[in-house]
Design a protein around this ligand. Structure first.
Ligand SMILES: NC(=O)c1ccc[n+]([C@@H]2O[C@H](COP(=O)([O-])OP(=O)(O)OC[C@H]3O[C@@H](n4cnc5c(N)ncnc54)[C@H](O)[C@@H]3O)[C@@H](O)[C@H]2O)c1
Length: 468
């Protein structure tokens, strides 16, 4: 399914006509191309006094070979001067300098008065961000703090979410809360949010290092962060599942794709293309968890990454919904991931350091007319993240979920035109996402560098107004 209006708005004719008629002008988002640098362009870094992340930010930007600028001279943090020799940016003299990313360490803000530092850093450069640029604020999880620090760190959410609505031109704005002690765990997350891999993720709040196992000290190969890993992807024959399978394979994983019998040929086409394996199975079958656990153990020695992508919709208003329609949706979307996760964990089929990733939906956050069954199941997927977090962390792993918004697939192609257009345009990025946008977010969770990314539900929705 493609967005015809997006193509028109970006054509020569569309660029003349759309502004004159006051029509939406959704930008073409820059997306990742293999081999591309994590951040392609200048990065301006700032820090509120007393911050603790300058060293970690500097290390990531250095490893990503980024061109770094600061507004105040060398970066310093509690540990001393960060290992970075940036170019110095002075708003009044730097003329036409444009930035691919603006990164601000707000961890030092301990009182609402000090929130002024956000204004002081971002205001002079708010118009200096390039199309598809990135605004990233780093803070401390408010729940770990008290009094003024807790209030101020919580306040960062309002700033980043509003900035996301103002930036335009495909730029995104996100907030990353880094727990104290998890400073050395930020690289995979910072790389993800800086890069075009996060093209459709905006207005999100992510937590690193809360109750999690840490990434191994071993150096991550950022081109192949999943090398040597086995990844199970359910519903892999088409749509978002196909993109997840391709993306995890691109990152080095051996992908075991799963789908139902009628789609066996399509599934095999996908898994053959990416050098993976195929399993034909209905995830709701009584013995599916057992069968899957046995097969993964026997043929692959276990599994490192489990992506519960298989899902269905059977929309009806509650008053018209037959009980079997309710049951089908709950069975596929919620009961199956619950049972399979439990079986893989109990049977020790999920390898140490494993990653379990749920696919929820913004319908599970905001609710949706005609989707009481679907929204219940998807809110339940968010519940699975909470329910399994402790046990999976004990096994050295993580569990997180994505909540896609409007993604261009067969599922959304079936939506009536008016509602489909609203789903696309009523968002900060003014368009639907692509399956690869969900897949890239999942690949970030799965990455060898994301061992401290635990318990998150990130919406991949272009900052949709629904469920904001
Ligand atoms: N497309 C969107 O905009 C969107 C938005 C939010 C969430 N999601 C979620 O993303 C996931 C993928 O959606 P999609 O749009 O690619 O849908 P899709 O219908 O194109 O693909 C779903 C896949 O799951 C498989 N599947 C269904 N029931 C199964 C079963 N019992 N056992 C094994 N496999 C089964 C299907 O055969 C299919 O291959 C779903 O969980 C969906 O709820 C999609």
């Amino acid at each position: 399914m493609s967005d015809t209006y997006l193509k028109f708005a970006n054509s020569f004719l569309g660029k003349q006509v759309a502004p004159k008629l006051g029509l939406p002008q959704p930008p073409v988002l820059k997306r990742y191309v293999p081999g591309q640098k994590a951040v392609d362009g200048a990065v301006l870094v700032g820090q509120a006094a007393g911050g603790r992340l300058a060293g970690a930010i500097a290390a990531t930007l250095k490893s990503a070979d980024a061109q770094v600028w600061t507004a105040e001279g060398p970066l310093r943090d509690a540990a001393g001067e960060a290992d970075l020799a940036p170019k110095i940016y002075a708003a009044d003299t730097a003329g036409d300098q444009r930035f691919q990313a603006l990164v601000f360490d707000a961890t030092g803000i301990a009182h609402p008065d000090e929130l002024q530092a956000l204004h002081a850093f971002f205001k002079p450069v708010a118009r200096k961000l390039r199309p598809s640029g990135r605004l990233i604020v780093l803070g401390t999880p408010p729940e770990s703090l008290t009094a003024g620090a807790r209030v101020s760190q919580r306040a960062l959410e309002g700033f980043t979410r509003s900035a996301g609505k103002e930036l335009g031109k495909g730029a995104t704005s996100n907030l990353v809360y880094v727990a104290e002690g998890a400073e050395d765990q930020i690289e995979s997350t910072l790389r993800f949010f800086l890069s075009p891999k996060s093209a459709f993720v905006s207005g999100q709040v992510v937590r690193i290092g809360v109750g999690s196992s840490k990434a191994s000290a071993a150096k991550v190969d950022w081109e192949k962060p999943l090398a040597g890993k086995v990844a199970l992807v359910t519903g892999a024959s088409r749509g978002i599942g196909e993109a997840i399978a391709e993306t995890l394979a691109r990152d080095g994983a051996h992908v075991v794709g799963l789908d139902i019998e009628p789609l066996a040929d399509d599934l095999k086409t996908v898994t053959d293309r990416i050098g993976g394996s195929a399993i034909t199975l209905d995830v709701t079958a009584e013995d599916a968890p057992k069968q899957l656990a046995e097969q993964l153990k026997k043929e692959h020695g276990g599994v490192d990454i489990v992506v519960h992508n298989a899902g269905i919709t059977r929309d009806k208003r509650l008053a018209n919904m037959k009980p079997e329609v309710w049951d089908q949706v709950i069975a596929v979307n919620l009961i199956a991931p619950d049972r399979i996760t439990y079986a893989l964990l109990q049977g020790k089929v999920l390898n140490t350091g494993g990653r379990v990733i749920g696919v929820a939906s913004i319908a599970g956050i905001a609710g949706n007319n005609g989707q009481t069954n679907y929204a219940t199941s998807k809110a339940g997927v968010i519940g699975l993240v909470d329910a399994f977090a402790d046990d999976i962390a004990k096994a050295g792993g993580t569990i997180n979920a994505v909540a896609p918004g409007f993604i261009e697939t067969q599922m959304t192609a079936a939506i009536p035109l008016g509602i489909r257009e609203a789903g696309r345009r009523l968002s900060s990025l003014g368009q639907g996402g692509l399956p690869v946008d969900v897949a890239e977010t999942i690949a970030w969770y799965a990455s060898a560098g994301s061992g401290a990314v635990q318990g998150n539900v990130v919406r991949v929705c272009g900052q949709s107004l629904i469920g904001a």
